[in-house]
Every structure is written in C-alpha cells, then in structure tokens.
Design a protein around this ligand. Structure first.
Ligand code: AMP
Length: 426
C-alpha cells in the first residue's frame, strides 16, 4: 500500500523557517500582553456546537467542523476562541475583580476555501478585556497592538475602524430586528451592499438615502468624520456614537497607533459585536492580519450578568506572511546560532562548553565528527545559517580553550572557556 504523505486539504505541515518564525511571533505577543498584565487561559479545542451556533455569524457557522462524539453530543472544533473564553469566564471567573484581562494562543478550524493566508486550521493569539466599558479599555487594545507590532519591526500597518452601533442604532430605529441586523451586517462584511439594501427596502421606515450616505463615509481624519456626519441628519444616539468614534480615533493618532482608517461601511463576520470594531491590514496582503471589537452582550447571552467586554484576535500565519512580504523576517530570526563541533568523544566536556554557550544566550547545536569530515560539517554550518562554529579537539581540551570561527566576518581565533560568554564581540 502506498501511503499518502500530503496533509488533508486546507491543513498544513509547517516546517522551519516558518514554524520557527511563528514561534517567535507568538512569543513576542505573549511578552507584550503579559507586560500589560494579561494572564493566559487555555480553552479546549472541542466545544458544544451550541456555543457557536447563535452568535458566530452565518459565514462561520456554515464553515464549522461539527460532528457527534461517541456519546452522541453535537460538538465542534472551535472556529475562534472568544466564545470559549466567555464561557470560561461565566463558569470560573465571575467572582474576580473587573476588568478580567486574559490572553490565549491556540488553533482554530474553519472549513473555508483554502488560499494564501486562508487555511482550515490556523493559529490565533488574542486578548479579552472583560467587564469594562471605559474608553481606556478600547484604547488599551490599540496600545497593545502598537507595542506588539513595534516589537516585530512592523510599522506599515493600518487599523480599519468603525462602530457597528452606528448602523445598529439606525436599524433599530427603522424597526429592523436583531437577527435581520446581523444578516445585513454579514452582507456588508461580504461587500454585498445591494443585498443589504434589498433587505432594508422591506422596511417602510428605513431611510435608504441616509444609509447610503452613512456607508460612504471613509476618512483617515477624525475631524473630517465629525464634519461630514454633522450634515447627515442622524438621530442623537448615532451622533453620540460618532463622537465616541472621533474621540478614540483622535487618541489613537495622538498615541501613534498605526494608520487609522475610519470606514462607516465596514462590518465584521462575527455577529456578536455591539460597538467598536476593527481590523488590522497591511500592504501586499488582501486579507486582514487581525481583528476585534466590543461585544457588550455576549456574556449575558450565555447566561452571565451584563458585562461590557472587548477583545481582538490576530492570525499567526498571516502575521508571518505580512512580515515576510515586507522583508522583515530576517531581522526577527537573527538570534545567533552556534554549531559546537567536537572531534573528541568527551561528552562531559562538550556538555560543559555547550551549557556555557546556551546560558550566554546562544542556540547551540552539538555535532561530533572526525578530522576528515570537518570540511563538510563546516560547509553545512555555513549553509544552515550558523553564525559561529566552536571547535573542540584534543588540543583545545588540554588547554581549556576552544577554536572559534565567525562564519559571517570570517574571524577566527582561540578563546578561553571563561571568555565564551563574550563570543558576540568577535
Ligand atoms: P476573525 O476571528 O474572523 O475575526 O479572525 C481574526 C484573525 O484570524 C484574522 O484577522 C486572521 O488573521 C485570522 N484568520 C481568520 N480566519 C483565518 C483562516 N481561515 N486562515 C488563517 N487565518 C485566519
């Protein structure tokens, strides 16, 4: 029997250097969110289907991996992690002082048409800020993004932003129920504007002209948002939301949070958003690398008390693609790799040298070889991107020294074992 070695369609084998870069991307995320006081939660991969059935939105509901387990439960592979975190919050964290600030890193599954940057299994890293409706809580998410992208060396990103509350306010005023609102926003997310209008035509009080004018507002200037919308004759509740959007986008600009694009036609796939929503976009990639927003009703929907909350999820693979397209991955992986080559079988001595190098922060890979094969091993070290070769032979063992070669500058010399932590000076 010939065995098929390809993974299942839409699933991927991730190998170095992508796998290593994905790890760095994730690690930097964890470092930044921890520095903001967020703690990790690890939700299960499998959840009851009903957790996602209501508020994931038609797109995600349709693309879920749903099946029955051996006991007949209708379960699914999580298509995202926010719903699980909210479930965990209601089950175990209600008594904690608010806001509760948590983060996660994990895989998610969606049966979508595979293409570049769209897979059936992918990794998300995200934060949830539960139990806070303040402007600062919205802003904090952007500050995290600012610091995170800075740590990756990524400056060319934009944040597309809107408040779904603006359109929802209008829809409610026009008598459109919540589920139909979700559907209209879904069409808008899919850029099926005509479908959205078609539904609104069914409501006699819907002001299609206002809908058209509002959804045309797109600007990078918060002042312009205020000016343009002033003349549209919007109801008071929508105006106060516009003012809040103005306030937050002005602060984002003052705090150097990326390039801000205000777009009042912008909607997102997940149906649980109630207020501010945003997506992170980068040049040369036509899919977002992250997204999030405010979901003030979700905790209540799942049976908890009213709890205003906000959060975001970033795609690990897409962050990698963005960095790769912009030529930024080399800088990220430039931690120094050392190949420790030993011509002697003294494992204790080799371990002392390797541990010294590792403790000094070098990724040290050990190889044993013979004099005759040394040339080949050196060639391999060069090809595999090692910066240093550290050589141990009989002579070095006797003198407590090692021979060092910098494969980039071609510097070569002998170092005392006690000098190994200063390898980087050569
Ligand atoms: P969402 O949960 O749809 O808001 O997605 C949040 C982020 O997850 C997106 O911005 C992407 O970076 C990532 N993402 C979503 N779906 C996929 C997918 N099918 N493949 C890879 N990344 C994805």
């Amino acid at each position: 029997m010939t065995f098929k070695v390809e993974p299942v369609r839409g699933f991927r084998d991730i190998l170095p250097p992508e796998s290593e870069l994905m790890r760095i991307i994730t690690k930097k995320f964890v470092d930044v969110v921890r520095s903001y006081g967020y703690s990790e939660v690890i939700p299960p991969t499998v959840e009851l289907f009903e957790l996602f059935a209501t508020k994931s939105g038609p797109e995600i509901s349709r693309s879920m991996y749903v099946f029955r387990d051996k006991a007949g439960r209708e379960v699914c592979l999580r298509p995202e992690l926010t719903a699980s975190v909210v479930r965990m919050y209601i089950r175990s964290m209600l008594a904690e002082p608010k806001p509760v600030k948590v983060f996660y890193v994990g895989n998610a599954f969606r049966y979508e048409e595979p293409q570049l940057g769209r897979y059936r299994e992918f990794y998300q890293m995200g934060v949830e800020l539960i139990g806070d409706s303040s402007l600062y809580s919205d802003l904090e998410l952007f500050l995290i993004l600012r610091d995170y992208y800075k740590s990756l060396g990524l400056s060319e990103y934009s944040i597309k932003i809107n408040d779904v509350g603006i359109l929802r306010t209008l829809f409610t005023l026009w008598g459109v129920g919540e589920e139909v609102q979700d559907l209209i926003l879904h069409y808008m997310d899919k850029k099926l504007y005509d479908e959205a209008v078609k539904i609104l035509r069914g409501y006699s009080s819907a002001d299609l002209k206002l809908f058209d004018e509002v959804t045309k507002v797109r600007t990078e200037n918060p002042e312009e948002l205020l000016e343009t919308t002033k003349t549209l004759g919007m109801p008071e509740e929508a105006i106060s939301r516009i003012k809040k959007l103005y306030e937050i986008t002005s602060l984002m600009k003052a705090l150097n949070v990326g390039n801000v694009i205000i777009d009042l036609s912008f909607a997102r796939g997940l149906a649980y958003y109630t207020g501010l929503i945003f997506e992170v976009i980068v040049p040369n990639l036509n899919v977002s690398i992250g997204g999030g927003g405010r979901y003030d009703n979700l905790v209540e929907l799942y049976g908890g008390p009213p709890t205003p909350s906000t959060g975001f999820a970033l795609g690990v693979e897409r962050t990698y693609l963005a960095l790769k397209n912009l030529g930024l991955t080399d800088k990220l992986s430039s931690f120094d790799k050392v190949m420790l080559i030993s011509l002697i079988d003294d494992y204790v001595y080799v371990d002392i040298i390797a541990s010294t190098l590792r403790n000094a922060g070098y990724a040290t890979s050990v190889r044993f070889t013979s004099k005759g094969k040394l040339g080949d091993v050196l060639g391999l070290a060069s090809k595999k991107g090692y910066k240093y070769v550290v050589l141990i032979g009989e002579k070095e063992l006797k003198s407590s020294k090692v021979t060092v070669k910098n494969l980039i500058t071609k510097w070569q010399g002998e170092l005392d074992v006690s000098e190994l932590s200063r390898l980087g000076e050569h």
